[in-house]
Design a protein around this ligand. Structure first.
Ligand code: 13P
Ligand code: SF4
Length: 320
């Protein structure tokens, strides 16, 4: 269905009015479509949104992101109602480990500390010692005594990045991946960087090109240009502060909207135009509107699971 511009702006006005009337705060991830970012109260990365979920005054949080993010908000704010516009907005990375797989893995490494990326279900979080996000994973691992074995899950690229940055040898990494970031290949990067000789390069640690890139960096292959491995919010801060004018951006393409809006004098090119998360893009203005009007779809986490999972999230929030 093609929406007319005036329909879109009327819908946005209605949403803005309704969220005040019904005491709803809208939190949106950096990968959401531009129209949703426009009506959100806060747009940010996983860590920033988790923090907001714990701070906001409104009695309802409408989470525009994917399922595990809304669950995290429900765990952090158990007395608030948490809604999502589409229940099918999942995550291939969070699907890459099951509760049984994690329990078996823990049984094989008794005494190891489990560190899990925020991209996991509430059930998985309830089995973790620490939660982490792309912006604090290195800090969390560094906070764990060196003699302790670590089980890091579920993203293997983030895991290899963290192992390399911390020099940790006793860290086991689960072989999970996000299909969007894993799909950004070293070839995509080389092609884009070759076409923009003066561009800085910002890369998300979930990307499959992170690992070869770290070796290239270590060997001096990128001495002539700046390469930074950052979370989505870290990227936004970095490109604002940088003196460079051109950037190649390796993550989900939704981030380009904020980058371009906040830095109109700079040029941003995606490392891969195909890097689009179909789950993040399931949310639409119409679904946001329906969500507020009909109070749907509510995300709940049982008290037993939430209380255990909150420990891992709180440990993360204290360290980062
Ligand atoms: P961050 O926003 O925390 O960098 O995470 C990216 C991501 O893939 C979320 O699904
Ligand atoms: Fe999950 Fe990847 Fe989509 Fe992020 S981009 S929500 S990690 S599938």
């Amino acid at each position: 269905m093609v929406m007319l511009v005036q329909d879109t702006s009327r819908l946005k006005e209605d949403i803005l009015r309704l969220k005040k009337e019904k005491d709803v705060v809208i939190l949106a991830h950096n990968y959401q479509i531009p129209d949703i970012q426009d009506i959100a109260d806060f747009t940010g990365d996983s860590l920033g949104l988790s923090r907001q979920a714990g701070k906001v005054d409104q009695k309802t949080i409408l989470f525009c992101g994917v399922h595990f993010m809304a669950e995290t908000a429900a765990i952090i704010s158990p007395h608030k109602k948490v809604l999502v516009p589409d229940l099918d907005a999942g995550c291939s990375l969070s699907d890459s480990i099951t509760l049984d797989e994690l329990k078996n893995w823990k049984n094989q490494h008794r005494g190891a500390i489990t560190v899990g990326y925020v991209n996991t279900t509430a059930e998985i979080k309830s089995e973790l010692d620490y939660c982490c996000t792309s912006s604090n994973a290195v800090k969390i691992v560094n906070a764990i005594p060196e003699d302790k074995e670590i089980l890091f899950l579920p993203d293997m690229f983030l895991g290899s990045y963290v192992a390399k940055m911390t020099g940790r040898k006793n860290m086991y990494i689960w072989a999970g991946e996000c299909h969007v970031h894993a799909g950004i290949t070293p070839d995509d990067i080389t092609t884009k960087l070759d076409s923009m000789k003066d561009a800085e390069f910002v890369i998300h640690p979930e990307c499959s090109c992170t690992t070869p890139m770290l070796y290239d960096l270590a060997s001096g292959s990128f001495d002539d240009r700046r390469v930074s491995i950052l979370s989505t919010e870290g990227m936004l801060t970095h490109v604002k502060d940088s003196k460079a004018k051109n950037f190649v951006v390796a993550t989900e393409t939704g981030i380009l909207y904020r980058m371009r809006k906040e830095n109109p004098d700079k040029t941003f090119v995606p490392a891969s135009e195909k890097a689009e998360c179909q789950y993040m893009k399931m949310n639409s203005l119409e679904k946001v509107y329906d969500s507020i009007i009909e109070d749907k779809y509510e995300i709940t986490v049982s008290k037993k699971i939430a209380d255990k999972a909150r420990l891992a999230i709180d440990r993360m929030l204290t360290i980062s």
